[in-house]
Design a protein around this ligand. Structure first.
Ligand SMILES: Nc1ncnc2c1ncn2[C@@H]1O[C@H](COP(=O)(O)OP(=O)(O)OP(=O)(O)O)[C@@H](O)[C@H]1O
Ligand SMILES: [Mg+2]
Length: 427
C-alpha cells in the first residue's frame, strides 16, 4: 500500500506531500493541481511497467496502437514551470507499506540542456525493510570520466547484504530508464536486493487509472477478458466473471439493487451467435430488458466501478478521476460506502478527486483523515497540499456543519491561506 507521495518541482508543486490512505479523497478548485497528482502516480506506474523515461513521458505505441498515453504537459511542462521558465528537473518520492516491510523510493529526473532535451535519471534511491537502503545513486564517484554529469551512466551504490558482502559494489546503469527496473538483469546484484526492488515494481505496476467512457462500456467483449479496461471496456465479461461465483454474484446484485433502485435488478450475458462476443443486458425492475447500448451513462459508470471494486484481479491501487461525475448526489454516499468497505482491509487502495459536497459530507472518520485539499493561493503560482483534518477546528466544524458545506463555501482554501500566513516567521 502506498502511504505517501512527495512531489518536488513537479507541475505546480514545489515540495508538497500527499498523505495516502486506504481511501484517499482529493478536493480543490479547478486548476489547483488534482489531476497533476494523477499524472505523478501515472509516472510511477510507468516505471512499474518497465518503460524508459521517454516512453513514460512521451507515450508508447505498439503496432500503431497506443499502449501508453503520454504524461500531460510533457516534455516542456512536466517539471515545474517557474517565472515562465520550464523546469529542468523534478522528483517524486513514494513511501509504501508492503505487507511486512516499509519501502521508500525516490527518483529525480533531469532534462538535458540544449536541443537534445533528453530526460535522464539524475538521482534514485530505494530503501526497504526498516528503511535500510538497497541502493543510492552515487553523485560523488571519484572517476572524472564517470562523474555525476556523465550522460551515459547513473552510478548506484548497492548496499551490502551481509551474507554477500561483495555486492556492496558500485554498478552503472543506463540513465534513460529508472534503475529500479534495470537492476533485475544485473548478475552481480544480490537476490535480496532484487526481491525488494521487485516488490516495489509490483506495487507500482498494479496501479490502474479508470477513465470511464460510456461508449467503451457498451461494447460486447471477448470471452475470457477478465480485466476491466481503463475506459471501462470488457465490462460484460468482467461482470459475467463475478457472477460465475454465487457469493460474489450476490454481493454484486445487492450493491446494484441498492445503487440503482430503478434501473438494474439483474444481468444477462447473451453471446452473439455470429461474432461470439459477450453482450451485457440489464434486467430492470418490472421485467423489462435493456441492452448495454441503451443503458444510461450514469448506470454504466456505476456498473464499471462495481466491476472494478468487486473484481477478483490483483489491482491494488485505483485512481478514479472525479468519482461523482454523472452520479446523482443521493447515490454518491452509497458508492462511498462501497469503496470504504472494499478498501478497509488495505488490500485495495482507491484515490479519487471530487468536486462534490454531497460526497465529502458522507466520508467516514477514516476517510476524513485521508482527505486532502489542494490550493493555489491567489498570490502564488505553486499549489499547497494539506490534510483537511489538520486545518484549525476542522473536526469540530465537520461535525457541526458537514464537510460539504465547508468545501462549497471555500473554507478549506481560506484556512490554508490563513495558516500559511501565520506560519510566516514575521507574521
Ligand atoms: N509544469 C507546470 N508548472 C507549473 N504549473 C503547472 C504545470 N503544469 C500544469 N500546471 C498548473 O496546473 C494546472 C492544471 O492542474 P490540474 O489539471 O491538476 O487541475 P485540477 O485540479 O485537476 O482541475 P479540474 O478540477 O478543473 O480538473 C494548470 O492550469 C497550471 O496552472
Ligand atoms: Mg482535473
Amino acid at each position: 500500500m502506498i502511504t505517501s507521495l512527495r512531489l518536488l518541482d513537479f507541475k505546480n508543486f514545489a515540495d508538497e506531500t500527499l498523505r495516502v490512505g486506504p481511501f484517499t479523497v482529493i478536493v480543490g478548485a479547478n486548476a489547483s493541481g488534482k489531476s497533476n497528482i494523477r499524472d505523478a502516480f501515472r509516472f510511477l506506474h510507468g516505471i512499474g511497467r518497465g518503460y524508459t523515461l521517454a516512453e513514460i513521458l512521451g507515450g508508447k505505441h505498439l503496432g500503431g496502437q497506443a499502449e501508453w498515453q503520454a504524461i500531460r504537459g510533457a516534455p516542456n511542462e512536466v517539471g515545474r514551470v517557474a517565472d515562465a521558465e520550464p523546469g529542468s528537473r523534478f522528483a517524486l518520492e513514494v513511501q509504501l507499506r508492503l505487507d511486512d516491510i516499509n519501502a521508500q523510493y525516490l527518483i529525480e529526473v533531469s532534462r538535458g540542456a540544449g536541443e537534445s532535451g533528453v530526460f535522464r535519471v539524475s538521482r534514485e534511491k530505494l530503501s526497504a525493510g526498516g528503511w535500510e537502503p538497497v541502493y543510492t545513486s552515487h553523485p560523488y564517484y571519484p572517476d572524472p570520466v564517470r562523474d555525476q554529469d556523465d550522460d551515459t551512466h547513473l552510478l548506484l551504490r548497492m548496499e551490502k547484504t551481509g551474507t554477500q558482502r561483495k555486492y556492496g559494489d558500485r554498478i552503472a546503469v543506463r540513465p534513460d530508464q529508472p534503475a529500479l527496473t534495470q537492476i533485475q538483469e544485473h548478475k552481480r546484484i544480490a537476490k535480496p536486493h532484487k526481491d525488494k526492488a521487485q516488490r516495489v515494481i509490483d506495487a507500482l505496476a498494479s496501479m490502474r487509472f479508470l477513465d470511464l467512457i460510456p461508449d467503451s462500456m457498451r461494447q460486447p467483449s471477448f470471452p475470457g477478458q477478465k480485466i476491466l479496461g481503463d475506459s471501462g471496456d470488457n465490462l460484460p465479461t468482467v461482470l459475467r466473471e463475478i457472477c460465475a461465483d454465487s457469493k460474489r454474484r450476490q454481493t454484486l446484485i445487492d450493491w446494484v439493487r441498492a445503487l440503482t433502485p430503478m434501473d438494474v435488478d439483474d444481468f444477462q450475458f447473451p453471446v452473439d451467435p455470429v461474432t461470439g462476443l459477450v453482450r451485457l443486458v440489464v434486467l430492470e425492475k418490472g421485467g423489462r430488458t435493456c441492452s448495454a447500448y441503451s443503458v444510461s451513462d450514469g448506470t454504466l459508470r456505476f456498473l464499471a466501478m462495481l466491476a472494478a471494486l468487486l473484481a477478483d484481479d490483483p489491482t491494488r491501487f485505483y485512481f478514479f478521476e472525479e468519482i461523482d461525475n454523472g452520479i446523482h448526489p443521493t447515490r454518491q454516499w452509497l458508492l462511498l460506502e462501497l469503496i470504504e468497505k472494499q478498501t478497509a482491509t488495505g488490500a485495495m487502495q482507491v484515490v479519487t478527486t471530487t468536486h462534490s459536497p454531497a460526497l465529502v459530507t458522507s466520508v467516514n472518520d477514516a476517510t476524513f483523515t485521508n482527505t486532502s485539499v489542494i490550493c493555489r493561493p491567489e498570490d502564488a503560482t505553486d499549489a499547497i497540499i494539506r490534510p483537511v483534518d489538520g486545518l484549525p477546528d476542522a473536526e469540530k466544524l465537520r461535525k457541526s456543519q458537514g464537510l460539504g458545506r465547508l468545501l462549497a463555501g471555500g473554507w478549506m482554501e481560506d484556512m490554508i491561506v490563513f495558516t500559511k500566513d501565520t506560519e510566516k516567521p514575521d507574521a
